[in-house]
Design a protein around this ligand. Structure first.
Ligand code: SAH
Length: 227
């Protein structure tokens, strides 16, 4: 880990919210999050810095919070679960669809080598970039665009995380998944989706696992819901 990133983490860890953050991580552990790296990262990424200051006092509750434009920062519990489900070991190139606040991207940045994150709303993409810079997160690239089409320039990806709910797994994302890779996201009807993990085997074969119900804001775009 580079010096710049270590400084970013230290600044986050020593803040007034380290107590509430530790208690949150204890709850995540009780809820069944097992991956020690994920728990460690959740204890260090200062979630309050990714929301408006008026919401700082709620930043370590396990709830989604508004971030503007009708969008939300995902609840820490689902961020931890999805991160764990990607089975990251540290060297991966990850694609995230739906940058939103930048919180999930900041978590992935500590678990993998590089993160490419695509957001369709310009204001959110700009704010997330600024917040990630303030935290010293230097291995996340934020791009503006329709993430249901993936991000071809940096494909293929070892792991792909979709953080908005779509009708089905977008085909371009499966095409951009490396052999041995995992794609995780909420798919199914608008009213309530299921968390789905798709694996691409070394020979290219795809297998799908259903991991339980969840509810996300809409994935809008060419291979999502109509805008
Ligand atoms: N990962 C975010 C969660 C944000 S909510 C966080 O940690 O805060 C989902 C986000 O997906 C919203 O910001 C929404 O604008 C975005 N989104 C929806 N459809 C998209 C698409 N086709 N491409 C990129 N982003 C999309």
């Amino acid at each position: 880990m580079g010096r710049e990133r270590a400084v970013g983490i230290a600044r986050g860890a020593g803040d007034a919210f380290s107590g509430p953050r530790k208690r949150l991580v204890e709850r995540l552990r009780e809820q069944g999050v097992r991956d020690a790296r994920v728990l460690d990262v959740m204890a260090r990424v200062p979630r309050h810095r990714l929301v408006d200051e008026a919401l700082w006092h709620r930043a370590y509750e396990d709830v989604a919070l508004p971030i503007g434009d009708g969008q939300t920062i995902s609840a820490p519990g689902i961020v931890a679960l999805m991160s764990e489900t990607l089975e990251l070991r540290g060297g991966e190139s990850v694609l995230e669809i739906g940058t939103g606040s930048g919180y999930q991207a900041a978590v992935l940045a500590r678990l993998a080598a590089t993160v490419t994150s695509v957001e369709r709303i310009p204001l959110l993409a700009r704010r997330a970039r600024t917040a990630l810079d303030d935290l010293g997160v230097s291995n996340v690239l934020v791009h503006l665009g329709d993430g249901t089409r993936g991000w071809l320039p940096r494909a293929p990806y070892d792991a792909i995380l979709v953080t908005a709910g779509g009708p089905e797994v977008p085909a371009p994302l499966l095409e951009q998944l490396a052999p041995g890779g995992r794609l995780v996201g909420p798919f199914g009807p608008r009213a309530g989706q299921e968390l789905v993990r798709t694996r691409r085997a070394a020979d290219g074969t795809l297998t799908e696992e259903r991991l339980g119900p969840c509810h996300f804001v809409d994935l809008l775009g060419d291979h999502g819901w109509d805008t």
